[in-house]
Design a protein around this ligand. Sequence first.
Ligand code: WT7
Length: 659
Amino acid sequence: MVDRNGWERGRSVPTGSPREPPEAFVEQANVTDEGIYEAFDEEWPNCWERAADLLSWDRSYGTVLEDDEPPHYRWFTGGRLNAAYNCIDRHLEAGRKTHAAIRWEGKQGERETYTYRDLYVAVNEFAAALRDLGVGEDDVVTLYLPMIPELPIAMLACARIGAPHSVVFAGLSADALATRMDAADSEYLVTCDGYYRRGDAFNQKSKVDNARLALEHDVETVVVDRLGDELPHVLGDDEWDYHDLREEFAGEEVEPVSRDAEDMLFLMYTSGTTGEPKGVVHTTGGYLAHVAWTSNAVLDVEAEDTYWCAADIGWITGHSYIVYGPLALGTTTVMYEGTPDYPDRDRLWEIVDRNAVDVFYTAPTAVRAFMKWGEEYPERHDLSSLRLLGSVGEPINPRAWEWYYEHIGDERCPIVDTWWQTETGAIMVSTLPGVDGMKPGVAGPGLPGIDVQVVDDDGDPVAPGQTGYLTVDRPWPGMARTLYDGDDRFRSEYWEQFSDPDGDDWTYFSGDAASIDEDGYVTVLGRVDDVINVSGRRLSTMEIEGAVTDADGVAEAAVVGRSSETAGTEIYAYVSTENDCDPDEDVRRAIEDAVESTIGEIAVPAEIVFTPELPKTRSGKILRRLLEDVANGEELGDTSALRNPEIVGEIQSESGAVD
Ligand code: WT7
């Protein structure tokens, strides 16, 4: 099944009793009832009505959960609603039109505030424009935009007319964009001329032009002019200027399309265990209910808050916790275009200070960077508005946790370490900050109603303290319904490993290893499949290997993750070159270029190790496990079964020492 067992590498399971949440926080928390876990269990699945109650339904649902076709569960069936209506219109009706919906902080210091009324106007006008371009209900619209307000506007405009969006992270390559548009049969694209990257104007439109050349079908393309004169561009056939369209449809209103709870809200491509990205399908009712409920119960968001999730909307974190969750609750969501160290390393704290941010949610990789830079940067600012801190995307090591708690949260703010995935749609494992004690480095228990189990190879729960596979036993509202590529792949990727279909027993497998302690708290140890998580971004080793071997001169490649407590995971590529090719700087650069152009800069290896041969079994299979051990400085087991054991010592000396 899963042929890896090196999960504990670079990670140890923290122990100790929970630290109580600060009292001042508990006094005001949204959820403080310790009985909530039991109540959810007793009422399950109807407990999830509490989440559905946070939404406004055009027609109320008949059944909470229909489970007659596992693993394709259906939630809130018969119900109808519109996500954009829930994120905008109903807040206007509640008299909150001047309340800030989005506070945008641009890379160069620009600032824009969209009130709920402003957002309503923008979304309606753009929805009208999309319709005019031909977008109909259920047509997939691809959004390839950086962190500018037009991205959530376009998402909500799609939601308003019932067109699923498929957001492709702006940093991905032209190839990656074309592959995703092709897989989704997407004939509509919203993008921009360019954006600032490390202070320079970066041309996004030229990537789009390349992607369009690779596509067989026509694509109606809307271009947002982000850079003005700094990057002049010419509109070609089937290309439209976003601002012109807004003007053309100024003042138009579009009736929100009433969608079935089970209609698709969006598609999100993510890396899987093969080279092909997976199109994860999320629906309207269950997803929105789950993100709204967790924004309220875990992130403690209230309508009057200023809330900031410092992630990119190009990944699921931003979909759920920059856009849909916070806007469904009518709060103010901060959106930041830049990086944490530009113009200086106090940029994020300056934004927290000036906006009086109440809740701040980020990834451990960022916390590790803050820690490295030192406490002098947060100390320059008043962070006393903060009430709660969150962590997401990868395990947070206890030292980084403590630093975050002390230097950002001033020991006043609880930290929620939230485990979830693109496929789960919303948070699954976390402490409830007003109820549960915290353990640094340990995510927490499964949320109320979420049946998380850590199991062994046979699917039996492991004893406390043992490691196993992180699985989920009962369905949940935000879960992916299927993969766009087909139901078969959905079953084989997530459900085959631990389910017993004949016994009608269905278990979701996350792809993560974990351990669970006496208190039911889960420590997530990392992926056990061919997915690596680099700075909270999910990449497929096979996809990277494919790109590396495309480079001129490369014969074979194996890509592994190298993990350490301080740096998280980095990409190591072991490469052998063709006979007549010297492994020199040119090959190195060709490899970097190949990865950047097929996937994107985020997948470029931190280290490329050249070796005359890769270690192989007698049957010729590359032994990645062994390379992973080498990269991580682990003790190597018996290598005598290798066809070429002599190569291992050579690779070890090339790989260098591990911290
Ligand atoms: C993978 C999912 C969840 C949104 C961002 C990533 C890892 C996520 C945690 C956490 C340890 C975590 C897992 C998971 N992960 N949160 N709190 N502690 N690991 O979404 O790109 O679908 O990646 O991120 O390995 O499987 P994604």
